[in-house]
Design a protein around this ligand. Structure first.
Ligand SMILES: Cc1cc2nc3c(=O)[nH]c(=O)nc-3n(C[C@H](O)[C@H](O)[C@H](O)COP(=O)(O)OP(=O)(O)OC[C@H]3O[C@@H](n4cnc5c(N)ncnc54)[C@H](O)[C@@H]3O)c2cc1C
Length: 484
């Protein structure tokens, strides 16, 4: 790395770490309250799911003196945080799930600090990204939009996509970006009535501008409120980072420090709850274990809870949310390339296309000559097509999507790996998303406890689809049980 660039990135890292320390100092962590509240009787709590939410809940409850049992259907902790190692040449590893940490994600930063993990920049601070629409591609500079789509309004021309977005969301109240916003408040209903593209159109955006704003992923059916909340939560996140050595170091670190043994390969299949106890039936290989506890935390996605036999059903409102919550069907391709050819062209390896595909250089910062392109795509139609294809056909599908942005992918791609999250037996989708009307209607029911059963997971937080949300909800549920 040239000296000037090394200094720049060292400087930006110093600034980042300084801000991180400040953020952590101001973080309203539940830890202190949890640690002080030593109960008179050692209540037992069963936590289901060793993803980030379940791990943090188990950790905090154990700290507070509870007798905690943690069960997990997989053979590893971390759920949707999964790092693929030992597969690609030159020791290059890739992320199949969570890949980025936003500078405003205070709960993630707290744990990274606590576990003494290091953050490195997610992407280079030089080089252009690419946009591809309708078979045309352009570097994402000011005039890219006009080169790719016809029909931008005069005041939309010459605006890079982030500016275009800012133009239309500038009137949205800041409060929507607060973690404790009350979405049951009737004032949010107007945003929840429309889909994201319909809301943008209602603000005066041209169809061409909407097309550009929506590049990278299919958000056409999402509630505008859902999209706007994500935008407002991340409006101050200018830099993104990744964990040096792989994202799974975070859940593995929390699992190691939680002080709670994890019972792996233990899948919750049936749940009974009375006013005195909870009984969980956990399928472990060929036999079923029955685990009794005073309370349970269900830290598994609602897409998975749907498959658990509930002997004592929850309230009709809760059952409706569990049955209907949508999980986005993201598919991640990891495509190893012979070289990092994009750097020679002055590109940074990232792109957004109408495939739709969200692409970036996952080999950035890793040693070696080969590259690793990450491509995330998603909608039901793509998933349906993919699962019918043989392995070679699936790779070809990913390469074709990537070549819309980087034509050299057709000759550069070697090894590839594919994770279809909708087909994952213990995730049932990538992350929770909301359609019009759901967020405001479900706001009070989503995470509410039902008798001795409590709920946690990214889906029950404002940060849907982020590790931050999973950690936040794990802390929240622990506090709820301690206060009960
Ligand atoms: C493609 C993709 C990209 C992402 N990108 C990012 C990103 O860049 N940055 C970011 O911060 N976040 C990202 N995320 C989101 C992040 O990974 C999740 O929000 C977070 O990991 C969810 O944690 P969780 O504990 O709520 O759920 P999970 O991680 O799903 O944990 C739930 C656990 O429950 C287990 N389980 C399921 N069913 C049962 C059962 N019946 N019995 C027992 N155990 C069961 C599962 O095996 C799992 O371990 C991404 C996710 C995906 C899929």
């Amino acid at each position: 790395m040239p000296e000037s660039k090394r200094n720049r990135s060292a400087e930006s890292r110093r600034r980042f770490l300084k801000r991180t320390a400040a953020a952590i100092a101001g973080l309203p962590l539940y830890t202190a309250a949890v640690a002080r509240a030593a109960p008179a009787r050692r209540e037992s709590v069963l936590v289901v799911g060793a993803g980030l939410a379940g791990l943090v809940a188990a950790h905090r409850l154990r700290e507070a003196g509870k007798r905690v049992t943690l069960i997990e259907a997989r053979e590893r902790p971390g759920g949707r945080v999964r790092t693929l190692r030992g597969f690609f040449d030159e020791g290059i590893y890739g992320e199949l799930g969570a890949a980025r940490v936003a500078e405003t994600h205070e709960y993630v930063l707290h744990w990274i600090n606590d576990l003494r993990l290091a953050l490195v920049p997610f992407a280079p601070d030089s080089g252009s990204s690419v946009m591809a629409v309708g078979g045309k591609r352009a570097r994402s500079d000011v005039a890219a939009g006009e080169k790719l789509v016809a029909g931008l309004h005069p005041d939309e021309r010459n605006l890079p996509v982030p500016e275009l977005l800012r133009k239309y969301v500038s009137g949205v109240p800041d409060e929507l970006g607060a973690g404790d916003v009350n979405l049951a408040d009737p004032r949010w209903r107007a945003y929840d009535r429309l889909t994201w593209p319909a809301w943008l159109a209602s603000q005066g955006a041209s169809p061409a501008a909407i097309r550009l704003i929506m590049l990278g992923g299919d958000s056409s059916e999402f509630s505008a409120l859902f999209m706007l909340q994500q935008i407002m939560l991340h409006r101050d996140s200018r830099q993104y980072f990744k964990i040096d050595g792989g994202m799974d170091r975070l859940p593995r670190g929390i699992a190691a420090s939680a002080g709670v043994p994890i019972r792996y390969n233990c899948r919750l299949t049936k749940l009974e709850s009375t006013d005195r106890e909870v009984r969980a039936y956990c399928l472990n290989g060929g036999h079923t274990d029955v685990i009794a506890a005073d309370r349970a935390v269900l830290a598994l996605p609602y897409s998975m809870l749907r498959k658990v036999a509930l002997v004592s059903p929850f309230s009709p409102e809760k059952m409706e949310v569990i049955d209907r919550l949508t999980y986005f069907d993201a598919t991640r391709f990891l495509l190893q390339t012979a070289t990092r050819f994009w750097t020679i062209e002055g590109l940074n390896g990232s792109a957004r296309t109408d495939g739709p595909a969200d692409i970036w250089d996952m080999s950035f910062g890793q040693r070696g000559k080969t590259g690793l392109i990450s491509l995330t795509t998603g909608d039901d139609r793509i998933e349906d097509q993919l699962i019918k294809l043989p392995d070679t056909g699936q790779t070809a599908f990913g390469v074709r999507l990537a070549s819309a942005a980087f034509p050299a992918m057709t000759t550069q791609t070697g090894k590839s790996f594919l994770q279809i999250w909708g087909e994952d037996p213990f995730a049932g989708g990538a992350f929770s998303v909301f359609k019009p009307g759901e967020m405001t209607a479900w706001a009070e029911t989503m995470g509410k406890s039902e008798g001795r059963i409590h709920f946690a997971g990214e889906h029950l937080s404002p940060w849907n689809g982020w590790m931050e949300g999973a950690l936040w909800s794990g802390e929240r549920v622990a506090q709820e049980i301690i206060a009960a």
